[in-house]
Design a protein around this ligand. Structure first.
Ligand code: 5CA
Length: 155
């Protein structure tokens, strides 16, 4: 199944109520995505996959485009070091290539955490499976439907 279709199906199943936009331009980076949507970069959701150092399991952290995840903070929160998962592992686990990882529709579901500052926006934009597809959603809806736990990922 195409990556976008997987996201659409998952979004429908969860009742996210979103419409996926496929754009001509690249939305591979948060800055490009913000340009394309005409939204602040802080309203872009970076769906980042991290690997736990203790058991090798993966977690998904939805990070605002305005933040770089602070690995020291994550270590304190998770009780072990986290490192960005290798590109190949991200693809295996989520079914998406880096630059298009969506917050839903993963091949293997993984625990989800969400940057608290995303909640400051009325709506946020997330990748929809490819580096030129996005959807807009109210952050509270995204939190509820993904079961994300709210965390502070940066100061
Ligand atoms: N479509 C955009 C906006 S929604 C997007 O997906 N942005 S992103 O930030 O979520 O995806 C790129 C992120 O993947 C980068 O912030 C970077 O932290 C991470 N990344 C890039 N290359 C690698 C790599 N080789 N291994 C692990 N993570 C990587």
């Amino acid at each position: 199944m195409r990556s976008i279709e997987r996201v659409r199906l998952a979004a429908d199943r969860l009742g996210l109520g979103v419409r996926i936009l496929e754009l001509e331009q690249s939305t591979r980076t948060a800055a490009q995505a913000a340009d394309a949507c005409g939204c602040p970069v802080s309203a872009i959701v970076k769906s980042m996959v991290f690997e736990r150092a203790d058991d090798g399991s993966l977690v998904l952290v939805l990070v605002s485009g305005a933040h770089n995840a602070d690995l020291k903070k994550l270590k304190a929160l998770f009780g072990c070091k986290l490192r960005p998962a290798k590109a190949e592992k991200v693809r295996e686990q989520t079914g998406f290539a880096i630059g298009g990882v969506a917050p839903v529709g993963h091949v293997n579901p993984l625990p989800v955490y969400m940057d608290e500052i995303l909640l400051d926006h009325e709506r946020v934009w997330a990748a929809a499976g490819t580096p030129n597809a996005l959807f807009a959603v109210a952050p509270e809806t995204l939190r509820e439907k993904t079961g994300a736990r709210i965390i502070q990922v940066a100061d």
